[in-house]
Design a protein around this ligand. Structure first.
Ligand code: NDP
Length: 314
């Protein structure tokens, strides 16, 4: 157990957290970044990033976030691989306690905890997680060379996952509950023109089936929501890409959250929460654009707002 003291504690280590840390370190505020249990956040699960300015060629999400971490270290951030599990924002100094029984005391907290993968919560999904059920094509796609996989969802994540897998697997079946995709037009065009991809429209997955020894996914029970006809689809793997849940459970009792659990900022578009000295940045904020570049910008903004707040305190 250790006790840490810092003017600015940053919770979370995606683009928002690192960006806030870089600005705070360069303002000589000796920030500490507590990474959470997925250091690097969602970017670590993103394959090619081609919309983050500064990289003429696509860059791997993992490479980008590793560079952010190194940059934060180089300018003087202390980074602790730990998970905050309890907070006391009653009055400053704010106290955050961690899984490793460390205690962090700070004048300001910047919350950049992002969001986590949503699962379908259907029979078989959890049982076969890691055995054919995945939420990360970049991590697990390799295992499906020449095989048949399904991707669930119709947003940008699902279509990016499907396109990534289409270059590895023999067949990719996108299963979407409606008859139009939510993903950007450019991704839709690439998907619908890809020879290895088919789309099952108006279809939901009801169950994942597989073999027990060794555990492996073998099929999905699917239902057409227009006709109610159920059928079985043979697949070797299934990638779930149906969105995210904000990582705000520990803040629920003290911060204002929207209906989906994202942190509300005042005024909207700023990084200030309902509590003085507590700021939020990146995907965890209600109404944010959920883009790495926006998260990085928002981390910068949270730090600048926090600096103003600290100056007023003095
Ligand atoms: P989205 O919320 O955009 O999409 C989720 C998809 O999953 C929707 O098509 C939704 O269907 C479907 N879905 C949700 N719940 C269920 C369910 N229970 N069963 C079946 N289907 C379900 O999430 P994403 O993760 O795709 O994207 C999040 C944000 O990140 C977006 O703003 C996106 O633009 C951004 N993003 C941008 C990228 C880029 O620019 N390169 C890459 C990845 C993400 P329905 O459409 O019917 O609601």
């Amino acid at each position: 157990m250790a006790e840490y003291k810092t003017p600015i504690l940053i919770i979370g280590s995606g683009p928002a957290g690192y960006s806030a840390g870089i600005y705070a370190a360069r303002a000589e505020l000796n920030p500490i970044i507590v990474t959470g249990d997925t250091p690097g956040g969602q970017l670590t699960m993103t394959n090619d990033v081609e919309n983050y300015p500064g990289f003429a060629e696509p860059i791997k999400g993992q490479t980008l976030v590793s560079a952010m971490r190194q940059q934060a270290i180089n300018v003087g951030c202390r980074i602790v691989d730990d998970m905050i599990v309890e907070i006391d924002f009653e009055h400053p100094p704010f106290i955050c306690s961690s899984e490793k029984h460390n205690q962090y005391q700070s004048d300001v907290v910047i919350i950049a905890t992002g969001a986590s993968t949503k699962w379908l919560n259907i029979p078989g999904e959890e049982k076969f997680r890691g055995w054919g059920v995945s939420a990360c094509a970049t991590c697990d796609g390799f295992f499906y060379r020449g095989k048949c996989v399904a991707v669930i969802g119709g947003g940008n994540s699902a279509i990016e996952e499907a396109l990534f897998l289409a270059n590895i697997a023999a067949q990719v079946i996108v299963i979407h509950r409606r008859d139009t995709l939510r993903a950007d037009k450019i991704l839709q065009d690439r998907l619908l023109n890809h020879p290895h991809v088919t789309v099952l429209w108006n279809t939901v997955v009801e169950e994942v089936f597989g073999n027990d020894t060794p555990p492996a996914v073998a099929a999905l029970k699917v239902k057409n929501v227009k006709t109610d006809v159920e059928s079985t689809l043979s697949v070797d793997g299934v990638f779930v890409a149906i969105g995210h849940t904000p990582n705000t459970a520990i803040f629920r009792s003290q911060l204002d959250l929207d209906r989906q659990g994202y942190i509300i900022t005042y005024p909207s578009g700023s990084c200030r929460t309902n509590l003085d000295g507590i700021f939020a940045a990146g995907d965890v904020v209600s109404g944010s654009f959920k883009q790495a570049i926006m998260a990085a910008g928002s981390g910068c903004m949270a730090c600048l707002e926090a600096q103003k707040y600290l100056a007023q305190l003095k």
